[in-house]
Design a protein around this ligand. Structure first.
Ligand code: SF4
Length: 499
């Protein structure tokens, strides 16, 4: 029988498991039963013996690795992590959950990327596990969990204040009657049955509530409890003399797992034209004409849209996640820039410079646009970028050329490269890629004397004060350059008969 603690380690059953373990003693010792359970799981794929978790700590890291790989690796193989959905591992899994929360709470605190990823991973794991259970088991366990989590039969919507304020749930997700949450079928039929005409009330219940809403509430409440627990650990850790070194070590290993996407998935694998783009310092010489124009400053109308809706997504994605369209995986800024250093020191300064060059300078008469810029980066309507606000809004992807032509026509001054792309970010990636291809003297360069095409345009500083952190070549020594796009592409066009 599946234990509630398999879905909610913070349940009383889960706490009992922790109590039984008692202390950290022997926490890193091998557990032959755990290895055996993983090795004998019929759905498990094991390529290398090293992939089998041998103890609580390794299991904890596997939990994080599962989430990170699932989210970032397009070739993710779920069979490598089949053991995570096997409820036979419950007692080990619960301990590994507590170890993770404590390690993250002690080392990183509640407002960290590590906490956010841990909470999201727990939510995803609960959903994954529910999906693997038989329908009747899943229903039974959701009902039982909700009874514990909701504590009362009558629940007023204000009970969800925390979930609503952290945007884990929206008020519109809930079905309310006189402010009370309706989840139970009988309750629904009693309250709404007589009012539903020309429809079957039972079908309406399935449509509006069914298993889906119950699961959603349960998952989000477990996520919130996980977050609250990390917060408690952090508070306690502040008054403790010395945190357990095992937790600090685990926290470092968690940070390594989280850093892996930036090293392995989608960045710098150097597979030529079909491979991922490498995120790196911005090269203004590769910017498309519309971005160059916006950087000169908007002198006519449309300053707000040009800076907030156009430049902010372009600059942030070009610097942090140039491959967004090819990868087709939604990310947050902190997935690419965990400490927000690049965002603070390179992305925002360039956007602010463009805003400053507007006539009149944008923030002189509309300082509130700084808040809107933060919102477009995914950090909600706040005046500073704070991890705790990330996710309140969406990190906007760059506008397509079609939209720019429609809403900001004065920025669009297409050149030859523009004929081959549909988005300014694709233009930028193409130009950057051409540079690296020429650098390698690769087959696509079409020019064995490729270096002749380098630095065809003089480097120029886009900064107003020469202090931009972007590699603008302000000192005339720009080490990034692009081929002269018009010449190179003209000759290409002639060959292909498109000119
Ligand atoms: S076609 Fe697209 S990339 Fe080229 S200038 Fe216009 S908006 Fe920019």
């Amino acid at each position: 029988m599946v234990s509630i603690s398999f879905l909610n380690p913070l349940s009383p059953e889960g706490k009992d498991i922790v109590r039984e373990l008692g202390s950290f003693e022997g926490i890193s010792e091998d557990i032959p039963e755990l290895r055996s359970l993983v090795a004998h799981n019929p759905s498990q794929e094991i390529v290398d013996d090293q992939e089998i978790p041998s103890n609580y700590l390794e299991l904890a890291l596997k939990r994080m690795e599962w989430y990170i790989q699932k989210k970032h690796d397009r070739e993710f193989n779920s069979r490598k992590y089949a053991f995570l959905s096997d409820y036979a591992i419950t007692k080990y899994d619960v301990i590994s959950f507590y170890l993770l929360c404590q390690a993250i709470g002690v080392k990183f605190g509640p407002n960290s990327r590590e906490t956010r990823v841990m909470v999201e991973a727990q939510g995803d794991l609960v959903q994954e596990r529910l999906g693997k259970l038989r329908t009747e088991d899943s229903r039974f366990i959701v009902e039982k969990s909700l009874q514990m989590l909701l504590k009362d039969d009558l629940v007023h919507w204000t009970f969800f204040q925390e979930l609503l304020s952290t945007r884990k749930i929206r008020l519109t997700d809930l079905l309310l009657d006189s402010g009370e949450l309706i989840l139970d079928r009988e309750d629904f039929l009693d309250r709404f049955g007589p009012r539903i005409k020309q429809r079957n009330p039972s079908s309406m219940y399935e449509l509006l509530i069914g298993d889906e809403l119950k699961e959603l509430i349960m998952v989000k409440m477990i996520m919130q409890e996980t977050e609250d627990y990390i917060k408690q650990v952090h508070e306690k850790a502040r008054i403790m003399v010395e945190p357990n070194p095992i937790l600090l070590e685990l926290a470092d290993e968690v940070a390594e797992v989280l850093a892996e996407p930036m090293q392995s998935y989608g960045y710098g694998s150097g597979r030529g034209g079909s491979g991922p783009m490498k995120a790196g310092p911005l090269n203004p010489l590769a910017f498309p004409p519309c971005v160059k124009k916006a950087l000169e400053g908007i002198k006519s109308g449309g300053r707000n849209d040009a800076i907030v809706l156009f430049m902010t997504p372009f600059v942030s994605y070009a610097r942090l996640y140039p491959d967004v369209f090819r990868m087709n995986i939604s990310k947050r800024i902190s997935d690419q820039d965990p400490q927000l250093e690049v965002t603070e020191n390179e992305v925002l300064p360039l956007i602010y410079e463009a805003a400053q060059r507007c006539v009149p300078p944008l923030f002189d008469d509309q300082p509130q646009e700084k808040v809107n810029i933060n919102a477009k980066l995914g950090f909600g309507m706040h005046s500073t970028l704070k991890m705790e606000h990330e996710g309140e809004t969406t990190w906007y992807t760059p506008m397509s050329c079609e939209k720019i032509k429609l809403h900001l026509p004065h920025l669009c001054r297409p050149d030859e490269v523009c004929k081959k792309i549909g988005n300014p970010l694709s233009y930028y990636n193409r130009m950057i890629w051409e540079v690296s291809n020429l650098d390698k003297g690769g087959p696509d360069s079409g020019n064995s004397n490729a270096s002749n095409n380098f630095a065809a345009e003089s480097p120029r500083n886009t900064g107003t004060n020469g202090k931009s952190n972007v590699n603008t070549g302000a000192n005339g020594k720009n080490n990034q350059s692009v081929p002269k796009s018009s010449n190179k592409n003209k000759s290409h066009d002639k060959k292909s008969g498109e000119a």
